[in-house]
Write a protein that binds this ligand. Structure first.
Ligand code: IPM
Ligand code: MG
Length: 385
């Protein structure tokens, strides 16, 4: 390694440190959560994304518009269709979110977003950051809330994944020091950890969940995971009625599969990357990644999406219209709850439970032997009246 390699790497690292320092200052300066009960008009932005995204997003937005039709008619809720969050447009502007799209997003209170395709390192495509990750950062959506329920087995988990830090904070800004050495960075901040821990514990308290599990790999990733664990422990002291336990991510991955233990987990708070991975496992247990919704919550904005990707292969094979919209519809439930329309959220959740778990008259298989997205959406709407 040459002195120049080291000098360049140190310069790159210095830039990252300054950016992260600015981010900490921004978090400290941020106001409180939007109070939807006093808002005269709520604006819901809808962006379709890539692959199957536009198909499942349109059907889900149709259901949402149906649920909110009276409030739309009364001018209390409005929908804004946002075009341009597509891979083609991102490549054209060489930005994860083109400026005009970001401007439109910022005029909304909440956003319903279809999955977007992320160019992978080494794919030959430019190294553009994932649109998801960029949106979470640009709108400071610090909490990724992912519920997974398997009623027959008594499983009712809510994952609070930290959404703007950890391995993702500077995930696209690692340093290739030279041809032989590459370094990525993991970021944990006091403010960033305290706010996700507080949200998880508040959720547990308000929803009568008696256990919060703090997940980390603090035995190995001692500095950043150690800080995450210690700060979560500190927050837990304000919630003495809630049992707190601690798990390393590897054994948690096993325990979620253990029929004797898994229903003990209720609320789980965890760093970004572990949350990403474990919520796919949990969603698969519930019936597939197509079945779980995902809320990205910030103080000012919130964005609701499927937990899965854009499945470009389904589009290539002509199967887009058979894609599963349930993950997006679950996201709509969370959106309704977030804007304080809890009765409507509960009604949509109930309709989804009937369609997905109980009656199952219309089943999505992802192929022509199953229902289309529109047929399934109509089935859900028929259970809302
Ligand atoms: C998710 C997705 C994203 C993530 C991808 C698309 C960048 O897997 O929302 O879980 O890793 O966060
Ligand atoms: Mg994921």
């Amino acid at each position: 390694m040459t002195d120049l390699d080291i000098k360049n790497a140190v310069e790159a690292f210095e830039k990252l440190l300054r950016e992260q320092g600015d981010r900490v200052d921004f978090i400290k300066s941020e106001g409180g959560f939007t109070d939807f009960s006093i808002k005269e008009k709520i604006r819901i932005g809808v962006c379709g994304g890539d692959g199957i995204g536009p198909f499942i997003t349109k059907a889900s937005a149709d259901v949402l518009k149906y649920v909110l039709r009276d409030e739309v008619a009364a001018g209390k809720v409005e929908f804004l269709d946002i075009q341009g969050l597509t891979l083609e447009n991102r490549l054209k502007h060489m930005k994860p979110i083109p400026d005009d799209v970001l401007e439109q997003l910022k005029t909304c209170d909440v956003i319903l977003k279809g999955p977007t395709t992320t160019p992978q390192a080494g794919s030959g495509m430019p190294n553009i950051e994932s649109a998801n990750v960029a949106m979470r950062k640009a709108l400071d959506l610090f909490a990724n809330v992912r519920p997974v329920r398997i009623p027959d087995e008594g499983i009712d988990w809510t994952f609070f994944r930290e959404n703007t830090e950890g391995a993702y904070a500077v995930g696209s800004k690692g340093v290739n020091v030279n041809d032989d050495l590459a370094v990525d960075f993991v970021v944990t901040t006091t403010e960033g950890t305290e706010r996700i821990a507080r949200l998880a514990y508040e959720y547990a308290r308000n929803n009568h969940k008696d256990r919060v599990s703090i997940i980390s790999k603090a035995n190995v990733i001692k500095t950043t995971d150690g800080k995450f664990l210690n700060l979560c422990r500190k927050v837990s002291e304000d919630y003495p009625e809630i049992t707190t336990d601690e798990w390393y991510i590897d054994i948690l991955t096993a325990k979620l599969l253990d029929p004797a233990r898994r229903r003990d987990f209720k609320v789980l708070v965890l760093p970004n990357l572990y949350g990403d991975i474990i919520t796919d496992e949990a969603a698969q247990m519930q019936g597939g990644v197509g079945t779980a919704g995902s809320a990205n919550i910030g103080r000012k904005y919130a964005m609701f999406e499927a937990i899965h990707g854009s499945a470009p292969r389904m589009v290539e094979e002509g199967r887009a219209k058979y894609a599963d919209p349930c993950s997006m519809l679950r996201a709509c439930v969370m959106l309704l709850n977030h804007i304080g329309r809890n009765d409507k959220g509960a009604a949509l959740e109930r309709a989804l439970d009937i369609c997905m778990f109980e009656e199952k008259k219309c089943v999505i298989t992802g192929r022509p032997d199953g229902a289309t997205i529109d047929e399934f959406a109509a089935y859900v709407m028929s259970k809302l009246d």
